[in-house]
Design a protein around this ligand. Structure first.
Ligand SMILES: [Zn+2]
Length: 740
């Protein structure tokens, strides 16, 4: 079972706050607090907050019927990116969700997304406002909320019946409060701005009057009522008063009502149109007060995707904005960063209270609970760029604005369902991980896995051929078995392995599969994986390589790890473009600076017109590229490959490149003795890792022992090499403090 440790968080529930760590084992929070236990993966989350998964009880996912705008899958991806692990989907789909079969379809489609979808049933059949839907069937199906959202239930008597029935079945009625006679074709808030634009406005009374009506109806039958997307100062006053009188009313608002007012409509851009409309500044301030004093119970998004085409004409476009990916950031910006509310209140407004209102199971961060939480960087400022949203539609009214606070990681059902690109970089400097593993094992060597078939004992090859027949598949199978046995024999001794991609690629897709499994298996044994692929390309193509080997590939909105190595060897001769892209994925790299092959000097030793050699220049570039990515070990995520065959060069480069970690191949070759490679290390015995491939893999041949003893022979060689090198370098330890 995989265990992941998130360290140094501020951990919040609605009623608790502790500083500490969260250990997740499988799908469960195994421990929280000050944790001193081993884990497969450790993330330093200093400066970040953890909260239970958010819950949005008012979204429109357009599925079935209008999946060109959004479907359950893209909607859930948007939710995950916004830290939302539970959503209530409004029933105005096509067909309308007035039949449990539609609800079953929606839940089933969401099943593997990690986001819990709770379908809302229509209050009236086909949302036509004429006849109540079958509440008993809803209750049997597990539907806990009804609404005709998008439309009011115009007939007050029908609404009263719905409220009475809802009590009987334990269902909540959520009301979209709007008097359509008052609306009468209006498309925005009625006021100064609508006059200036010469556009028909909607009087606040359209909302205020129906809010008052719903409260009166709820009061008359002692039922609960939930007011959707509250937007006016008038309806806020009415709810506040009703709560004082003990009426069972709850209400919600959306970030756009506390972040924006109707002056945005002056842009004549339909991305600022929704229903209810943006009101004026007096309403906005009232909504802020209502959230701050608790009159407003929860924050929702009313996430309403529409395509750019549909939103093209200001007056004719449909109402609605997307919001799932910005609501957390907007709420922190408006309430936490202004000092109005503490984080605990954000948990209440965006997770705990909406779950209680909609009868959704509670989620907490505590020992033994299911792991369903978010990690956010509250101080991360970001531009909202519509094209980067996971939602299929891009109609966000926060486009081009800066919000403060970003969800970095969303965990649900025991897995990461969203990881922000900035997260890996923010919490885990891979060179620090490598340094930590070197210190732990007291061994600065890496086993190269370049398994030529001739290295592999005959009995393994025979067994593979017997099983698969002679061919690429047998070769790949033999290599996988060989690698596994070597790794099992040395994984307690070495910090890292370095598979050389070419020796896998040569066996086609069988070989690639073996490479993938080799990396996966090494990581499961806690080894740092340097993939020797010598890749590079220009920006976008390098982004693809980085996703493939270092980060994750975005597949239909979900991050999926393809190979997942920790570091990649890179050819730096394309300059900054590709390097910059790779660095942004958060992985580490080793750039070819001075290689150990015979002809390396032909180009690398040439002097440029400033008198520096090509390899010196490349070394300088590594220092420069890595400067923003220096970790606690003092080394950046940009390392350099420098051959062991030139000890004097190693010494010179160690001096000149204080933040560049060296990968040193060529140990054991001419000039590459321990004394020579020692010159690549710093005063703490760090800053370099020495590779040995053939000597380890073929140790059994050199020893002339039984080939079945190959793995133990490899172990003996690893020990010999380790002793040889550590006897020539300073004692390995963490630096006291980072210089530079
Ligand atoms: Zn609505």
């Amino acid at each position: 079972m995989k265990r992941t440790l998130y360290r140094n968080l501020d951990i919040y529930n609605e009623d608790t706050h502790i500083k500490g760590d969260i250990l997740v084992a499988g799908d469960t929070i195994e421990a929280i607090g000050d944790i001193d236990m081993a884990a497969d993966e450790v993330y330093d989350c200093t400066g970040m907050v953890a909260m239970p998964g958010l819950c949005d009880i008012h979204v429109h996912f357009r599925d079935p019927g209008q999946t060109h705008k959004e479907d359950i899958i893209t909607g859930c991806a948007a939710a995950a990116a916004g830290g939302v692990t539970a959503v209530c989907c409004m029933p105005n789909t096509s067909p309308v969700c007035d039949d449990p079969k539609i609800a079953d379809y929606q839940r089933e489609k969401a099943r593997n997304t990690g986001v819990h979808v709770y379908p809302v049933g229509a209050t009236t059949v086909n949302m036509a406002g004429e006849k109540l839907a079958d509440f008993a069937a809803y209750a049997d199906n597990g539907i806990t909320m009804v609404s005709d959202d998008g439309h009011p239930v115009a007939n007050a008597e029908l609404m009263r019946e719905a409220l009475e029935k809802s009590e009987k079945y334990g269902i909540l009625v959520a009301s979209h409060c709007e008097d359509l006679d008052i609306v009468n074709g209006g498309i925005m808030n009625k006021g100064k701005v609508s006059e200036e634009l010469g556009v028909k406005g909607i009087d606040r009374a359209s909302e205020d009057s129906i809010v008052a009506r719903e409260i009166a109806l709820a009061d008359s039958c002692g039922a609960r009522i939930h007011i959707c997307h509250l937007s006016t100062r008038g309806s806020l006053e009415t709810v506040r008063d009703a709560k004082k009188r003990g009426i069972k009313v709850t209400c919600e608002t959306a970030p756009h009502y506390f972040m924006c007012n109707d002056t945005l409509l002056l842009k004549r851009d339909a991305d600022y149109r929704m229903n209810p409309p943006l009101r004026d500044e007096s309403d906005r301030l009232a909504i802020i007060e209502g959230v701050a004093d608790g009159t407003i119970d929860c924050i929702i998004t009313d996430h309403a995707p529409h395509t750019a085409q549909e939103k093209a004409v200001f007056e004719k476009a449909p109402n609605g904005v997307v919001g799932l990916e910005t609501s957390f950031a907007a709420t922190l910006t408006a309430f936490v960063h202004t000092g109005l509310l503490p984080y605990e209140s954000i948990v209440r407004l965006m997770s705990a209270e909406p779950r209680r209102i909609a009868h959704i199971p509670e989620v907490r961060i505590e020992q033994g609970a299911k792991a369903e939480f978010i990690i956010a960087d509250p101080d991360h400022e970001w531009y909202v760029e519509p094209e980067k949203l996971k939602s299929r539609s891009k109609n966000t009214l926060f486009k081009g604005t800066v919000l403060k606070g970003k969800v970095m990681l969303t965990i649900s059902e025991g897995r990461v369902i969203y990881m922000d690109n900035a997260f890996g970089r923010a919490v885990k400097n891979p060179m620090d991980m490598l340094a930590a593993k070197i210190i732990e094992k007291n061994n600065p060597t890496v086993v190269g896995l370049d398994p030529k078939l001739e290295y592999i004992p005959e009995y393994i090859k025979l067994a593979a051929v017997e099983k698969h027949g002679p061919g690429l598949k047998a070769a790949a199978a033999a290599i996988l078995r060989f690698n596994k046995e070597i790794r099992d024999a040395v994984c307690d001794l070495v910090p890292a392995v370095k598979p050389q991609s070419a020796y896998y690629e040569m066996y086609g897709h069988h070989g690639i599969k073996t490479l993938e499994k080799t990396i996966e298996y090494a990581k499961s044994k806690g080894l740092f994986v340097i993939l020797d692929g010598k890749r590079n390309d220009i920006g976008a193509t390098m982004q693809a390589y980085s996703a493939a080997y270092l980060g994750a590939t975005d597949v239909f909105g979900q991050p999926e790890q393809a190979f997942g190595a920790d570091a990649l060897t890179i050819n730096g001769y394309l300059g900054t473009d590709g390097i910059k892209t790779a660095l942004e994925t958060g992985g580490a790299m080793f750039v070819l600076v001075k290689t150990s092959n015979k002809s390396s000097g032909e180009l690398q030793d040439r002097r440029l017109c400033d008198g520096k050699t090509v390899y010196e220049t490349m070394g300088d570039m590594c220092e420069k590229w890595g400067a923003p990515y220096i970790g606690e070990s003092g080394y950046s995520t940009v390392g350099a490959v420098i051959g062991a065959t030139y000890p004097e060069m190693l010494a010179e480069m160690r001096e000149k490149l204080p933040h560049t970690f060296f990968l040193i191949p060529g140990y054991g070759a001419q000039g590459g003795g321990a004394e020579g490679v020692a010159k690549g290390f710093d005063k703490n015995g760090l800053g370099a890792i020495v590779n040995s491939s053939r000597a380890v893999m073929c140790a059994y041949k050199k020893e002339n022992c039984d080939e079945r003893d190959f793995a133990q022979a490899a172990r003996r060689e690893v020990i010999r090499m380790k002793e040889d090198i550590i006897s020539h370098i300073p004692a390995i330890r963490y630096p006291d403090k980072i210089d530079g």
